[in-house]
Design a protein around this ligand. Structure first.
Ligand SMILES: *Cc1c(COP(=O)(O)O)cnc(C)c1O
Ligand SMILES: [Zn+2]
Length: 394
């Protein structure tokens, strides 16, 4: 029988700040010289010669179909719960309602643990397993903790989770259910991150914080491969993405660059990337409007969209660079408009989106009204999680 999976073509890790290279065969976090995220680099030339892009469609479903451009070396280390290959759905009723023609949703709520965090944590936990890690720790706004707990359980790795005490109940319970040790923090994810960082150093546990290890972004990157494939290897015109730590936005932009180098795209047209945040926590929007390359820390962050309650991403300079490069934009949405959009999406299309995902619909309405998006442009909204995870207990 022919092996289902080929080989990873990873060659090293690049520092996104100073360009210094690191070995992918050793355990790394972020660049100790300049405190920037490390991003995996691949032998794209080799993949271009050896891999037929259309053949990847015939492989078993899931994000691991893109094996050659993913970082795990030994297939035995892959921790798979069915993540990836989520539906790209046309939204006929939204289109009719707005007078548009080409609005889609990439519905990530069907991933294991009900959010797209599954992609990133599947990849990070798999790679941690490959590098011999036995204990992992994460500060989380909610869904990342639940996903890490699930993949760690599957991998036989011990999980420690620090989350704000107002994290949705489902996230707390799913983490505990999977055997993770959960610490509820009186504060924001930034406070949880400080505590988790101290604990990681003291105990020698491996920290899977957003962009503080190099591999979560590679799982999120697969959304960009699935989109290109679904659109027949042309990219959509606009991608509207709810941005907290920014792994999905950065990951997809990286995927598009790789695809161009692979020669897989029919033309060089890239999507305009739209970063959506909540008005109560909009550091990327503020920096974008000022034309800045870094974000200021957002004080008193508050929004019901817990995944967007990130006062400053560790990858802020990459997020901003990608938005500028794409001729994109950034937009803040009020919580009441998020709730309205959530109801409208459910009633129009039967999709009960997470508040973060619903925010992209609110953003679409504003950007179409202002003329930033044209009637016939192909627009993809990212519903990053299921609304079911945010129901409170009565
Ligand atoms: C984490 C999260 C986000 C933000 O994703 P980033 O990649 O960190 O920007 C958006 N929506 C949901 C449901 C999330 O859990
Ligand atoms: Zn560096």
């Amino acid at each position: 029988m022919k092996p289902i999976l080929g080989n990873s073509s990873i060659v090293h890790l690049d520092c996104s700040g100073c360009g210094k290279q690191y070995s992918h065969l050793e355990l790394h976090t972020f660049c100790p010289d300049c405190q920037s995220p490390l991003l995996p680099a691949y032998d794209i030339k080799k993949v271009r010669q050896q891999v037929d892009r259309d053949q990847i469609l015939t492989r078993p479903k899931g994000m691991w179909r893109w094996w050659e451009v993913l970082p795990v070396l030994d297939p035995a280390n892959k921790v798979f719960l069915g993540e990836g290959d989520t539906p790209l759905l046309m939204l006929p009723n939204v289109n009719r309602e707005l007078g548009m023609t080409n609005v889609y949703v990439k519905d990530e709520s069907s991933n294991p643990t009900g959010s797209f965090k599954a992609r990133g944590l599947s990849m990070a936990v798999s790679k941690a397993k490959e590098l011999g890690i036995e204990k992992v720790i994460i500060p989380t706004a909610g869904n990342a903790g639940g996903a890490m707990a699930a993949y760690a359980a599957r991998a036989g790795i011990q999980a420690h989770i620090f989350m704000p005490k107002d994290t949705p109940y489902a996230n707390i319970e799913e983490s505990r259910m999977a055997g993770a040790q959960v610490v509820l923090v009186d504060g924001l994810i930034s406070d949880a991150a400080v505590m988790a960082g101290e604990k990681a150093r003291a105990e020698g546990w491996f920290d899977l914080s957003t962009f503080k290890e190099p591999y979560r972004v590679e799982g999120k990157k697969t959304m960009g491969y699935e989109l290109a494939e679904a659109f027949g290897w042309e990219l959509p015109d606009v991608i509207i993405y709810p941005t907290g730590g920014g792994t999905g936005l950065v990951g997809m932009w990286k995927a598009f660059a790789e695809q161009e180098e692979l020669g897989w795209l029919k033309n060089k047209k890239r999507p305009r990337m739209v970063s959506v945040q909540a008005s109560g926590c909009a550091p990327v929007v503020k920096a974008f409007e000022a034309g800045a390359m870094f974000c200021d820390f957002w004080t008193n962050a508050h929004t019901l969209a817990s995944g967007l309650r990130v006062p400053k991403s560790f990858a802020d300079h990459i997020i901003l660079k990608d938005i500028y490069e794409s001729n994109g934009t950034a937009i803040a949405i009020d919580d009441q408009d998020i709730l309205l959009a959530q109801k409208q999406l459910a009633r129009l299309e039967g999709i009960f989106a997470a508040p973060e995902g619903a925010a992209t619909y609110a953003a679409l309405k504003q950007l179409f009204t202002s003329g930033w998006i044209q009637r016939d442009e192909r627009v993809v909204l990212f519903n990053t999680g299921s609304g079911l995870k945010y129901l409170s207990v009565h």
